[in-house]
Design a protein around this ligand. Structure first.
Ligand code: AVI
Length: 321
């Protein structure tokens, strides 16, 4: 009899088995972003509870001129290097303004996905035809190491959207340190940090009334059903976000509603879940200025400028060597 072997992504399988076989179960948050997950995340960014989008947008809209002055090199030129193409809405506000002001700059978006970069380039070529866009479909570090060493033009690295929060504090410090090693004297690093605030406000951002974040988290299991032929019964897991106002850690979990077993067809592996057992799926670290200063110091960087929204919910910081 002919056997049909389903092809699957090794990296996904390894990450999933490592995470689910560990004593404290976890799944990596990069698994959120399949086609459905991308759509759900777009919806999250538009929800009223998810204040991060509007607060960073407010900062950018109110400070477009300041940013242009901050970013320009001594010769007035600069390269804007974005880490992660994201959905681009906030970056587009900056790009449009810089184009209108006739700034002498190029936009270099870095993303591991060439599809995402292709879409971005097409969109920008229609909306901002005069802008020079040089996409780099590579990992962040590889792309940065690949930038022309002889080009002395000032570089501004952008890491927006509060994405830094998806690292643990230690992971974020390591990441910023790696970026710092790649910055030259004139270069800058521009990062968006979501700040500590009323815990209820944060809890709501990750536990919205429409259940979009719940669907986003549970979609991880649907993805494993599709890609690894798993038999998760989604109705037997729930979304459980928890914010610790002291540490600033907003962590999301999936909680098993009963004792159960899940079989992964393509891997011929079985995973057992106890009732109320957790799967840790994401951290969204919130910061205060003290934490940011300490991180900068460890990474060998100085805080050059701080920009806040009116409510001081979010902060965009420019670091320099
Ligand atoms: C992408 N990142 C900044 C989002 C966050 O707030 O941590 C991802 C997200 N997860 C649930 N809601 C939004």
């Amino acid at each position: 009899m002919e056997t049909i072997t389903k092809t699957y992504n090794e990296a996904v399988a390894t990450a999933v088995l490592d995470g689910l076989k560990a004593k404290e179960k976890s799944l990596p948050s990069w698994l959120f972003y399949d086609k459905k997950g991308d759509k759900l995340f777009q919806q999250i960014m538009r929800m009223p509870e998810y204040y991060l989008t509007d607060t960073e947008k407010e900062i950018i809209e109110n400070n477009r001129d300041n940013f242009l002055e901050d970013f320009k090199g001594k010769d007035k030129k600069f390269d804007l290097v974005e880490l992660g193409a994201g959905d681009g809405t906030k970056t587009e506000i900056l790009l449009r303004h810089f184009c209108v002001q006739n700034a002498d700059f190029r936009y270099i978006p870095i993303d591991i996905s060439s599809d995402v970069l292709g879409d971005l380039k097409n969109r920008l070529s229609k909306r901002l035809p005069d802008l020079t866009v040089l996409p780099k479909p590579k990992s962040f570090y590889d792309a940065l190491d690949d930038l022309d060493k002889k080009d002395s033009k000032k570089r501004v690295l952008l890491f927006m959207g509060g994405n830094i929060g998806n690292f643990t504090l230690e992971g974020a410090t390591d990441f910023i340190t790696e970026l710092s090693k790649r910055l030259r004297t004139e270069d800058e690093l521009f990062v968006g940090f979501d700040l500590k605030k009323d815990p209820r406000q944060i809890q709501l951002a990750y536990d919205d009334s429409q259940g979009i974040t719940r669907a986003f988290n549970l979609n991880l299991l649907e993805r494993l059903n599709t890609e690894l032929d798993a038999d998760f019964d989604i109705s037997k897991f729930d979304h459980y976000p928890f914010y610790n106002p002291e540490t600033g850690e907003a962590k999301s979990y999936l909680v098993s509603q009963e004792d159960q077993e899940v079989y992964f067809g393509v891997l011929d592996e079985k995973i057992v879940f106890d009732q109320w057992e957790l799967i840790y799926t994401e951290i969204s670290q919130k910061y205060d200025l003290d934490m940011i200063s300490k991180m900068a110091e460890k990474a060998g960087l100085k805080i050059y400028r701080k920009y806040f929204d009116r409510k001081k919910y979010f902060c965009n910081i420019i670091f320099k060597k």
